[in-house]
Design a binder for this molecule. Structure first.
Ligand code: ADP
Ligand code: ZN
Length: 204
């Protein structure tokens, strides 16, 4: 796996992407734990916007495992909190961060840090999410994980958003923290995100 990638000068970017429930946090925690076993100094950050399960001071998985994390609102806050002695900088839920995360990850890698970035690469519409596409482009390593489609059991590559149990429409806002919406992992075929003009198209 990706945590055996080395360069002689040190410093690279790894991206772990995929839909919700695909195991990104699990994989980030696995890499962080192994770096700690290798006696590397590791810093973990995560966006404030994700507060699931063990609260905002840890990266936790859907099955309850966790490592300590520093909550941040934006890339400048990460830049201000970087420990100059850290070997590894891990960032979870990167899709919620601003575009400055691309320059920051690049600069950290250029200065010898191993940068591990995890995030959902597509939003509920199935479209690129935040700075994830740019991060995937500049990374040395990209792992795209899949969940299991809750409808048909195929590999899931889409985040199905439901509002009051119905598929969210294309024009609903991307981030609605605390609202009565929920998410499921689905495959392309089972994913649904109706556009405003779709009702008319199906009548043609
Ligand atoms: P992510 O960070 O990508 O949202 P997590 O690492 O937090 O994912 O959680 C992955 C875990 O979620 C899996 O190991 C599994 O136990 C659980 N899980 C729940 N629903 C699903 C699903 N539909 N497909 C795959 N795993 C699921
Ligand atoms: Zn499916």
């Amino acid at each position: 796996m990706s945590d055996v990638y080395f360069t002689s000068a040190g410093g690279w970017i790894e991206v772990i992407c995929g839909v919700m429930f695909s195991g990104k946090s699990e994989e980030l925690i696995r890499r962080v734990r192994r770096a700690i076993i290798a006696r590397r100094r590791v810093q973990v950050f995560k966006s404030h916007l994700d507060e699931r399960y063990s609260g905002i001071y840890a990266v936790s998985t859907h099955d309850g495992r966790a490592v300590d994390a520093v909550p941040v609102d934006n890339s400048a806050e990460i830049a201000g909190k970087i420990d100059p002695t850290a070997h590894v900088v891990a960032i979870d839920e990167a899709q919620f961060l601003d575009r400055g995360i691309v320059a920051l990850a690049t600069s950290l890698a250029s200065r010898g840090r191993r940068v591990i970035v995890a995030g959902t690469d597509t939003d509920f519409r199935g479209e690129p999410f935040g700075a994830m596409p740019q991060l995937m482009a500049v990374a040395e390593l990209v792992d795209k994980l899949h969940a299991i489609c809750v409808i048909c059991g195929s590999p899931a590559s889409r985040n199905q958003r439901l509002i009051d149990g119905k598929p969210a429409r294309y024009d609903s806002p991307t981030i609605m923290i605390g609202a009565s919406d929920s998410y499921q992992a689905r495959c392309r075929h089972c994913h649904s995100c109706p556009r405003a003009d779709e009702d008319q198209v199906t009548l043609l």
